[in-house]
Design a binder for this molecule. Sequence first.
Ligand code: KG4
Ligand code: ZN
Length: 338
Amino acid sequence: MSVIILAIESSCDETSCAIMCDELLLSNIVADQEVHHQYGGVIPELASRAHQQNIVPVVNNAIHHAGVERKNISAIAFTEGPGLIGSLLVGNSFSKGLSLALNIPLISVNHLQAHILAHFIEEPKPKFPFLCLTVSGGHTQIVLVKDYFKMEVIGKTLDDAAGEAFDKSAKLLGLPYPGGPMIDQFAKTGNSERFKFPEPKVDGFDFSFSGLKTSILYFLRDETRMNENFVKENLNDICASIQGRIISILLHKLEKAANDLNIKSVAIAGGVSANSFLRIQFEEYGRKNNWKTFIPKFEYCTDNAAMIAMVGHYKFIKGEFENQSVIPKARLPIETNF
Ligand code: KG4
Ligand code: ZN
């Protein structure tokens, strides 16, 4: 009999539902929350309210697109954490209710594991062990992926995440939220060598982005003091230079980790892996180092329920189910589930 997973993602500001039949994705509906744009960042209270409004139409839409009947769904998978507690709570309560109503099992999913296992939604799928650079709005990690649920964080950011570095830099430039895709867009016609920002010296495979943020702040302050139109006149080059530095910080550490551990299968995941320059540079590093590289399709980079469904599928096969007492977790390390 087929395993049909209905998956729900609600960890931040995207409400998403996906349906997967065995390992075939049938639908993946994502609703963005426009409400945050005017505030320049995600407002947690508004995010949970928007999830409440979106969740029923998003789930109905996903079921409709998949063409499945509710009575044939095998289990409900949902994001347990990490994420915004109020946002997680909406997906958590809805999933519990649906699992009770349909009398089917509940499966909890670690959002960070899901970003990594998004590589198994479509071919080519990486072989274990592989390294994954997971770069999102909340996390920046180098993960040694030994098996579906055996993951070890070997490097992480000591302060800001890479996505935050993009978003905070964009804010300093007066660009609207979310800043990452805006910087990506402006950088396309810019010169990344024009302005030099420092690369932090951090031991091992760890990262730091707070110094970069400060240096951008002082750089912009000094330049605009001399020319108040500096940002407007040089936006493309500034964006390309900031983006270039964030990406070189990420890839230098990833290269060091892959060399030290002698691993030739390397992947990127998470929202920042949608960045066009990161995707190009990552392939370049792959060619140079003889890596087999894995880049997710755009729709599986930023938050989506397809990746939750993928993990849900593997947990269903393992028979790893949750009971109704499960609560959302703002923090949930990637290493807990094995
Ligand atoms: O994985 P994600 O959707 O949510 C979290 O789990 O945090 O990642 C969101 C982050 C944001 O910081 C956003 O600016 C960044 O991913 N991002 C990008 C791009 N698309 C999304 N950063 C740079 N370039 C992009 N094209
Ligand atoms: Zn995410």
